[in-house]
Design a protein around this ligand. Structure first.
Ligand code: DON
Length: 309
């Protein structure tokens, strides 16, 4: 592939900027409403020293649901498939990411997949560690390894803002506790979950995380696998089937890149065997996905033939 990312990216960012006015920044987590809806940033990492980047690519934002991909990988590394998938299913859902409906109507009452909030809460409850500090330190270490950025930390203000307002997630957790999917104190789990969602990155960090996922958990600077081959494969498959929630079907058709979005406006993309992509655009569509980020991925996929299908 001839690499024109540098010049193409500028044009593409300009092109997708106009879509931001059709979206809105998330406000159900009050701290996220401070984001500038006009921002758009992108970075592409191809395994060499430099990232191709454009727009607001240095702006820090929180992972939110993108963290679900990372906790899933870590929980699988901690416990293996049998334990993890006894608590959470493998099927996509046509419901929104925070829906409680299927927990009640589905028997047995376990969340359909690890990318929706209920499933992610069940997965987070599995992360090994005696205390939340220990669990978070393990997760941060993992994210720092994948991104090659030792500075990565979580944003306390965003975590607190979500913790104070997370009553819907609390109700999902209480429901699951009643049905034996999780155990322990719900607010302790919410404390860890809101901190995991508040881990702060920029587009370049995300592009490098995407690259590691794209390359079976390997990082170009390291001669070992950060994520075992089989777990990286499994995680990417969830990104295809559930990564963009109830927009995953259309996204697979229009873009065809394993990807995961978050309500802060981030999207990570992992082209198997190819580049990692990090996007930021906090104006979201009604399904909680970055409007400009999805458009930009569509343009990139078409231009560089990145669809896996
Ligand atoms: O649990 C929540 O609602 C948020 N911390 C994360 C949700 C999210 O990012 C959905 N993504 N598009």
């Amino acid at each position: 592939m001839v690499c024109h990312y540098g010049t193409d990216l500028k044009e593409m960012v300009e092109k997708v900027k106009r879509y931001t006015k059709d979206g809105q920044v998330a406000n159900y987590i009050p701290a996220l409403s401070k984001a500038n809806p006009d921002d758009v940033g992108v970075a592409i990492f191809d395994g060499n020293d430099t990232c191709f980047s454009e727009g607001n690519h240095r702006h820090l934002f929180t992972l939110q649901s993108i963290s679900k991909v990372l906790t899933l990988a870590l929980a699988l590394m901690d416990h293996g498939e049998d334990v993890v998938f006894s608590k959470v299913g493998m099927e996509p859902t046509g419901d929104p990411f925070n829906s409680i409906a299927k927990l009640e109507s589905h028997v047995p009452s376990k969340p359909l997949n690890p990318m929706i909030n209920a499933g992610a809460l069940a997965v987070s409850s599995l992360i090994k560690g005696d205390t939340n500090e220990e669990k978070l330190e393990r997760l941060l270490h993992f994210v720092r390894e994948l991104s090659g950025n030792k500075q990565i930390n979580f944003n306390q203000e965003v975590a607190t803002s979500e913790f104070k307002t997370a009553d819907l997630n609390r109700s999902l957790a209480y429901f699951m506790k009643q049905h034996g999917v999780i155990s322990g104190d719900v607010d302790v789990l919410l404390d860890f979950y809101t901190k995991q969602c508040a881990i702060e990155v920029n587009c370049e960090d995300l592009a490098k995380i995407g690259y590691a996922l794209a390359h079976h958990g390997e990082h170009p600077d390291k001669n070992y696998s950060i994520i075992p081959y089989e777990i990286a494969r499994l995680v990417k498959t969830f990104m295809v089937t559930c990564g963009m929630y109830n927009a995953s079907g259309e996204f697979a058709i229009r873009v065809g890149i394993p990807a995961k979005s978050g309500v802060s406006g981030g999207i990570v993309g992992a082209v198997p065997g190819g580049v990692g992509i990090g996007l930021y655009g906090p104006a979201l569509d009604d399904k909680g996905n970055s409007i400009a980020g999805m458009k930009l991925l569509e343009l990139l996929s078409a231009k560089y033939h990145l669809s896996i299908f």
